[in-house]
Design a protein around this ligand. Structure first.
Ligand SMILES: [Zn+2]
Length: 482
């Protein structure tokens, strides 16, 4: 019985796409959700940028990593550009590693326009000497030591891997009511982190990595393009929401040049036989999503075996639970075939088209889940119903699709409403609109919101325009509370 229960829990966790089921971090009380968040945008329009849309905030890092000791010394500069239409008397820095005790030790925060700063939990408010006008730049410089926590997760280390995601201070987006979009993490009663709480603007990233020791077997997976320099590596990634790494001395790497796109698989050495299948599924998914959503805009994509029981998307990189890779059985009736497309769909819905992942998580999660169905329809049509039965109907699949991560209460309810009921909602919308209009709406929604943070209103506008005669409001009314 106990073994059966464990098996059930394992299957549930493995099917939980993205980092929705991360074990809760060791935390200080300060990050517990005593308040939900600052006000967040509920309405529709993002202020029009007053500057050329090609110009983005630039993050630059010099990092010296000690893999064996799980520490890093970092010097970071931020060339922030005020893309809002407001003048800003202060800037907000969100510092996610401060959610973990003693993980972040800052020795410097300075800048030409910095007058003072104050820290509260994961937030640092930086007062400026004069308001930053629309289109103006402000430069910040930070120096800090990271002590990466020992935990299974996207920020943490285990015996066979070190993961760096959401590891550095960043300036969050502004909503149209002049508040910073910054939320608190939510931990449910089962000590699971529910959903993602971090919302990022698009930015450009550059990092120079040096190693504190010579480890010849160390491989670094990233979504960024890598170049060797005399004493290390440089990584650059443009127009992305974040810069993440997964590092291991036990990786085996295999890659595929797929019509000019570099697809890389980083698996643990004992999983080497599964790498070709991962690359194959990924190449099919990237082909399909490029066709139906629009071009993929980075030069490479990395699929990485993660030493934990969940999956997660990042810019140019996805982490897949090593257990999913272990259980791959060379058939399409398998979690690997379900979840590789899910995580890759996030390159469009999360990365290219951003959303407030805490307040409107359906905008990326329902779309990524339904993308799995579209993948099966295209490549394994005989298994399309199998997908619905095994991915959706076998689990609880009800609740308001527009739940925030705070509404659901538990991870299970969150998945049932946002992911699974969300996929049923999109299928209903697909049928109601007709295939051609629905597919055309997916493409126009992606193009219209490229590099922006989309809202329900943006989604509605694109889908209604694709078929003005369809009663889309009635479909929303069946699944949404608002
Ligand atoms: Zn997802």
């Amino acid at each position: 019985m106990k073994r059966f229960l464990l098996a059930c829990i394992l299957v549930t966790l493995l099917l939980s796409a993205c980092n929705k089921a991360e074990p809760a971090p060791e935390i200080t009380p300060v990050i517990l959700p005593t308040e939900t968040s600052q006000p967040s945008p509920t309405s529709t329009q993002t202020p029009e940028p007053t500057i050329a849309s090609e110009e983005f905030t630039h993050y630059q890092f010099e990092m010296t990593l000690d893999y064996s000791r799980h520490t890093a010394k970092v010097v970071q500069t931020i060339d922030y550009i005020n893309k809002s239409s407001f003048s800003l008397p202060s800037l907000l820095l969100v510092v996610p590693p401060r959610a973990y005790t003693n993980a972040y030790l800052q020795s410097e925060l300075s800048g030409d326009m910095v007058s003072s700063f104050s820290e509260d939990g994961i937030r640092t408010t930086v007062q400026l000497t004069q308001p930053l006008q629309p289109g103006q730049h402000a430069n910040l410089r930070l120096a800090y030591d990271l002590s990466i926590p020992q935990r299974e997760g996207s920020f943490g280390w285990t015996q066979r891997q070190l993961n760096l995601s959401n590891w550095y201070p960043f300036i969050p987006p502004l909503s149209e009511d002049q508040t910073w979009i910054s939320h608190e993490p939510l931990i449910d009663t089962a000590n699971m982190v529910v959903g993602e709480y971090i919302v990022n603007e698009i930015a450009d990233f550059q990092l120079t990595l040096r190693l504190a020791e010579n480890l010849p077997n160390l491989l670094v997976a990233s979504g960024a393009s890598a170049n060797a320099i005399a004493d290390g590596m440089t990584y650059s990634l443009e127009k992305a929401r974040g810069l993440s790494f997964s590092i291991s001395n036990q990786f085996y790497q295999e890659q595929l040049d797929h019509n000019g796109l570099l697809i890389q698989a980083y698996v643990f050495q004992y999983q080497k036989d599964q790498a070709p299948a991962m690359l194959q599924i990924a190449s099919q998914a990237m082909d399909l999503f490029t066709e139906i959503f629009g071009p993929y805009t980075h030069k490479q994509i990395s699929l990485v075996s993660a030493d934990f029981l969940h999956n997660m998307e990042m810019d140019g990189m996805v982490l897949l639970s090593s257990k999913i890779i272990d259980f791959y059985d060379n058939t399409a009736e398998n979690n690997l075939t379900i979840l590789v497309p899910h995580e890759l769909a996030h390159q469009w819905f999360f990365s290219q088209v951003g959303n407030d992942q805490a307040m409107e998580p359906w905008l990326d999660e329902a779309l990524a889940t339904y993308s799995e169905s579209l993948f099966y329809e295209r490549y394994h049509p005989e298994l399309a119903q199998w997908w619905w039965n095994n991915r959706v109907y076998v689990h609880p699949h009800t609740g308001d699709v527009d739940n925030s991560i705070y509404d659901s209460g538990t991870y299970e309810n969150y998945r049932a409403s946002v992911y699974l009921h969300g996929a049923i909602f999109l299928h209903d919308l697909h049928i109601t609109m007709g295939d051609q209009a629905f597919m055309s709406a997916l493409k126009s929604y992606t193009a219209q919101n490229y590099l922006k943070i989309a809202t329900k209103a943006d989604f509605l506008a694109a889908f209604q325009a694709a078929n003005p005669n369809a009663n889309i409001q009635a479909v929303f009314a069946r699944y949404f509370k608002d």
